[in-house]
Design a protein around this ligand. Structure first.
Ligand code: SF4
Length: 200
């Protein structure tokens, strides 16, 4: 049986194990950076994530079900976080959808202020990444974008909005193409979170 990626011997035996262990360390770094902001503002990490997501995505995605899928948490967890954000005046519930039982959330003015204070929580990580050469950045991004798509195909990541899973994406020979934007997509053009994404 293959040794665990969390066993140093397993990491020595397989480079894939080292990569998995490395990604686990990076996920810890995200948690640390998010917790620092959360403590500063007296909010929980998921509350901050919901505010930032709402700031940058269309309202149709900002409902309890989609948010639960986006952040891999239960609907009651999202509902609780929304209740706190609503009580603090950071969001407004919009009940104008056809389904009277559901609602979407939008940011209030004070919610927008919180987003300004938190949206750059991952900057310390981005600064490290920016120090890489352009060709290394492109290589890492190509691997990451394909990995995210594969993890979605195998059901591990429930949500992804990359070109590879989009109905407007096509590939001919070795080039990628967006049929909506009507232009070729070079590696750096592939989107991870496209507002126009529609599942293929
Ligand atoms: S619509 Fe967006 S996600 Fe879809 S192929 Fe074009 S750029 Fe990519």
């Amino acid at each position: 049986m293959k040794k665990s990626a969390f066993n140093p011997e397993g990491q020595q035996a397989h480079l894939s194990g080292k990569i998995v262990a490395g990604m686990e360390r990076i996920s810890e770094a995200f948690k640390v950076l998010l917790w620092e902001k959360a403590k500063e503002l007296g909010l929980s990490p998921i509350q901050i994530q919901l505010l930032i997501f709402t700031a940058f995505h269309k309202e149709a995605l900002c409902n309890v079900s989609d948010l639960a899928r986006e952040f891999n948490v239960t609907k009651p967890t999202v509902s609780d976080a929304i209740r706190v954000l609503h009580n603090k005046g950071f969001i407004i519930k919009d009940h104008s959808s056809a389904d009277s039982r559901s609602y979407t959330i939008i940011l209030s003015e004070s919610g927008k202020e919180i987003v300004k204070m938190t949206e750059n929580f991952a900057d310390p990580m981005q600064q490290q990444i920016e120090a890489m050469s352009d060709s290394d950045l492109e290589h890492v991004f190509e691997t990451l974008s394909k990995l995210i798509f594969q993890l979605n195909r195998t059901g591990i990541l429930t949500v992804q909005r990359t070109c590879y899973g989009c109905k407007f994406y096509s590939r001919s020979k070795s080039s990628n193409y967006c049929n909506l934007l009507e232009k070729p997509l070079f590696t750096a053009d592939i989107r991870l979170d496209c507002p126009e994404f529609e599942s293929a």
